[in-house]
Write a protein that binds this ligand. Structure first.
Ligand code: ADP
Ligand code: MG
Length: 477
């Protein structure tokens, strides 16, 4: 049974209650995590505040960077252990879990290097004045993490926040706590002062809500569903707590007839199969120029038909979904597609010997999906692509921008002028041209517009979100 990690030690939940931990590959319970409540959150926020006011807050940016670099190496040294934990807890095929460990280590490496390069400015002003700006840490930051990429999302948000000098309280998703508890323990081993990084596990409506409404929290970084994101902003408004929101997407891959199909097909397939489609930036819509429509469908269908789904340990293309309710949700979308007469152009298969109770969904390619259909508008969060044709550039842009989301988009075309013309017209936080960055790109600012959220994570840009700018005006003559 796992406890909270607060103030560099294991702390039992005040409630005395624990939440079962389920292996999605077979549906069986194999552990339990603490069910945190408002009391536990309050203790964690107190520990973080003491670290910020104490040993951690006194460190120089260079010292912070060195600790972050030590943590990065420590994580790499524990690659296999962390990958196994993540794979068992979340159902990720081992290869993908190992990639997640590489990514969290890379986040800490990147932010280690950035820690002492975050600078203010001097501003030309009236004569007799010198004006300068300081980028100061906000204080204690709260991090609400989803279950799809616990390690990566911890790396990107906690990494940036620590580099900027904040102390952190992390609330992992109730389905995916184990790897983050171990990471927290490793932060203590490399020498982060007590209270710098605290992990409180529990349900969103209980521990997550308590973190969001805590007056001692100076910033909330939330990654999750649009509905909960909205609620988090409303709750945080009570204390005017700023919120960074990274919500979902219905990201389009726009394929023109002049594209390099050999290069495009594996990337488009990976962008929906990775993590069984449970990726905010999954490329879940494929828009194809009408003259190449049948050829692109045929190529994608051929690739989909070869995909295999199985338990995490078998390391297939696709693992199980996170939990039974997620499987039901995806199945309901596919039932609706069937009822409305949508055509399945290609589908993967469940591998032989997959355990009975696992939450398996085969990757499915749906063709001729009407742009207004739920499958073309809503986030499925499973390995399902909706494919549809377009007639010309204007039509492609209209379809690409025609959902409530705006996270990522890609353009597949060899025409350089078209690449830039269209990249400017797409309403998305990231546009990829002849590539697609689902999950990757530690260095690249990431975030959405519209219902996909606001604020930027990843890259150097994220550091600004975790600081407060102070302007100092000095009159000297
Ligand atoms: P999903 O539906 O895919 O599980 P959620 O948005 O519900 O996505 O979950 C993302 C994170 O938000 C999780 O850590 C979850 O526990 C947390 N969460 C859920 N509800 C709330 C809430 N009311 N307040 C704060 N955090 C919440
Ligand atoms: Mg689990």
């Amino acid at each position: 049974m796992q406890q909270h990690f607060i103030d560099n030690r294991w702390v039992a939940p005040a409630s005395g209650q624990y939440i079962p931990v389920i292996d999605p590959s077979d549906g069986q319970q194999f552990d339990a995590v603490a069910q945190g409540n408002a009391h536990d959150v309050d203790v964690a926020v107190g520990a973080a505040r003491a670290a910020f006011d104490g040993a951690w807050g006194r460190m120089t940016a260079t010292e912070r960077g060195r600790l972050l670099q030590k943590l990065s190496q420590k994580l790499l040294d524990h690659t296999e252990e962390l990958a196994q934990l993540e794979s068992c807890d979340c159902g990720k095929p081992l290869k993908q879990a190992r990639a997640d460990v590489q990514a969290i280590a890379r986040y800490f490496e990147f932010y280690a290097g950035a820690a002492d390069k975050l600078m203010g400015e001097t501003i030309p002003y009236q004569s007799g004045y010198t004006v300068l700006t300081l980028r100061e840490p906000q204080g204690v930051t709260g991090h609400i993490i989803p279950w799809n990429y616990p390690l990566q999302i911890f790396g990107r948000s906690v990494g940036a926040s620590l580099a900027a000098g904040n102390a952190c309280v992390v609330k992992p998703a109730e389905d995916a706590c184990l790897s983050l508890l171990r990471v927290a323990e490793l932060t203590a081993e490399v020498g982060f002062p007590s209270g710098t990084i605290n992990v409180v596990t529990g349900f969103g409506h209980e521990a997550g809500d308590a973190l969001t409404r805590h007056p001692g929290i100076n910033h909330i970084s939330f990654t999750g569903s649009p509905n909960i994101g909205k609620r988090v902003v409303q709750t945080a408004a009570e204390h005017h707590t700023p919120v960074t929101l990274e919500l979902g997407g219905k990201s389009p891959q726009v394929v023109f007839a002049d594209a390099d199909f050999d290069a495009m097909v594996p990337v488009v397939v990976n962008a929906i199969v990775q993590n069984a489609g449970q990726t905010c930036s999954a490329g879940s819509r494929v828009l194809v120029e009408r003259s190449a429509y049948e050829e692109v469908i045929a190529r994608l269908a051929q690739a989909f038909n070869q995909l295999r789904v199985g338990p995490a340990t078998m390391d297939m293309d696709c693992g199980p979904l996170i939990r039974h309710s997620q499987l039901q949700r995806v199945a309901a979308f596919l039932d609706e597609a069937r009822r409305d007469g949508l055509t399945v152009a290609g589908a993967g298969q469940l591998v032989q010997g997959a355990p009975e109770g696992g939450f398996y969904q085969v990757p499915t390619l749906l063709r001729d999906v009407p742009p207004s259909h739920r499958l073309a508008q809503e986030e499925v969060f499973g390995p399902v692509i909706a494919i549809m044709p377009f007639d010309d550039e204007a039509h492609a842009v209209k379809l690409a921008n025609g959902t409530e989301f705006g996270l990522v988009a890609s353009l597949w075309t060899r025409d350089g002028a078209r690449q830039l013309r269209l990249a400017r017209q797409l309403r998305a936080g990231q546009v990829f041209i002849n590539n697609y960055g689902a999950g990757g790109g530690i260095e690249l600012p990431f975030g959405g517009v519209k219902a996909s959220g606001h604020g930027r994570e990843k890259g150097f840009e994220a550091l600004y979100g975790f600081t407060v700018l102070k302007t100092i005006s000095i009159k000297h003559d």
